[in-house]
Design a protein around this ligand. Structure first.
Ligand code: FAD
Length: 404
């Protein structure tokens, strides 16, 4: 295993600039409109597809063909610097792709992941549906069931999923369901629900505080029948795993957790993209705005706020890059992925709030983007494991105890 090296190689610098240009030229000018509309930004995702930023090939190159682990966080930081709502619209299908890659066979990955994206002539979406109205953090509380019908070799899914990114508008839904309720979190399995499957519908679409260009909705599964081959990993492996768990042997960690663990450093990168946008904007503003006959940055209270913001962002980026590198080398020791995500969410929420403070009254209005960035930042304390769930994971890792 090579040493951790936080220096980007030439390819990574090229990708960073490429994504930054798209963020600056396409995302920034569109951000306010789609935040106000609160609709899925099809034209922006189409443009992203046309340059190859939205598509499974980009994901494969940036994620799976990168031995350092840094390419994806670097690209995502730039994208979310452009706009988090639009960024989530572009990245949302990646959750489904990660869910398929986490539990699926190679054949299943090859069949379903491209369908999460489509192509430039027919852009498609993926959704990863794990959370439920009564079970977000508490993954042991999932109630969506999957029952096997041996006569037809089909699985029948029933239940309601909540807060699902691209839920109900996606072509491919990856659904985490309970196959063996008595085994709690170890009795879950993931299923692909192919496009046009009867019984899957969108429930309520949520009106959100931030990332409003990203579509978030309930997914209702009413006697949804999917062929046996839609069980990710296949029936034989599932039966073996359940038998191992029943014998009290170590089972694979349950499906939803595998997906979240793989994506945590990239969620951290989203957060610092938003933080950096707000920091850069408020730095420029502080150098321009005058009060009491001088630029406001000439007051230590403002300059020191900016110094702290810059320091927090730099430190957090290192944490994220190191976690991404450790993830690539299967080297997590103390839940470093969770540490990076925890820190990044907090930093983004704090830095964007400080940016509003620096802009004063203007910062509180929709005329300036910092209030939007503050609304967008907060989601990073909540999804893919709340602040408290990250603390739980970290405290268990560092103590070796089952902290509750
Ligand atoms: C915009 C958005 C997009 C999302 N996208 C997806 C998606 O695509 N797919 C998907 O499956 N899910 C998605 N989610 C769901 C998200 O992952 C959950 O909202 C999140 O896991 C929290 O679950 P919850 O909302 O049920 O909160 P709860 O679990 O009810 O938590 C409420 C509060 O209690 C705290 N808490 C809960 N348990 C503990 C504990 N044991 N110890 C300490 N504190 C605790 C939490 O930290 C939180 O502060 C999305 C959510 C949002 C808002």
């Amino acid at each position: 295993m090579s040493d951790f090296n936080p220096t980007l190689n030439e390819d990574q610098i090229t990708i960073q600039k490429w994504v930054h240009d798209f963020a600056e030229d396409v995302m920034r000018p569109n951000a306010e409109e789609w935040d106000e509309k609160e609709e899925f930004p099809w034209p922006v995702v189409q443009e992203a597809a046309e340059i190859g930023l939205y598509g499974w090939e980009f994901l494969a190159n940036a994620m799976f063909n990168d031995p350092t682990g840094l390419t994806m966080p670097v690209a995502i930081e730039e994208m979310f610097w452009g706009d988090a709502g639009l960024g989530m619209a572009i990245m949302g299908s990646g959750l489904a792709a990660a869910g398929i890659a986490a539990s699926g066979s190679q054949d299943q990955v090859m069949e379903w992941v491209p369908q999460c994206y489509g192509d430039t002539k027919d852009v498609q979406l993926g959704a990863f549906a794990a959370s439920e109205p009564d079970a977000g953090s508490d993954v042991g509380g999932y109630r969506t069931s999957a029952k096997y019908d041996e006569a037809t070799d089909e699985w029948i899914l029933n239940g309601t999923k909540a807060w699902i990114t691209n839920g109900g508008i996606a072509d491919i839904h990856v659904v985490v369901a309970v196959v063996a309720p008595e085994l709690k979190t170890k009795g879950h399995a993931s299923f692909v629900v192919p496009p046009g499957t009867k019984g899957l519908s969108m429930g309520q679409k949520y009106k959100k505080h931030g990332i409003r260009a990203s579509h978030t909705a309930e997914v209702v599964l009413d006697d949804v029948r999917v062929p046996g081959r839609c069980l990710l990993g296949g029936k034989e492996k599932l039966d073996e795993r359940l038998a191992r768990v029943r014998r009290g042997e170590k089972g694979n960690s349950q499906a939803a957790m595998q997906t979240f663990e793989a994506t945590r450093p990239t969620v951290g990168a989203q957060a610092i993209g938003v933080a950096r946008a707000a920091y850069e904007y408020s730095l420029d503003y502080a150098k321009e705005r005058e009060a009491f006959g001088r630029k406001i940055i000439m007051n230590q209270s403002i300059a020191f706020m900016l110094a702290d913001m810059a320091t927090e962002i730099e430190a957090t980026r290192l944490l994220i890059w190191r976690a991404a590198w450790l993830g690539k080398h299967k080297g997590f020791v103390n839940a470093e992925g969770s540490m990076a995500k925890l820190k990044a969410g907090r930093v983004a929420t704090h830095v964007t709030e400080r940016a509003i403070q620096i802009l004063g009254g203007f910062g509180y209005t929709r005329e300036y983007p910092v209030e939007r960035w503050h609304r967008d930042a907060k989601i990073h304390d909540i999804f893919e494991g709340t602040e408290q769930i990250q603390q739980l994971v970290i405290s268990r890792a560092i103590s070796g105890l089952r902290i509750e």
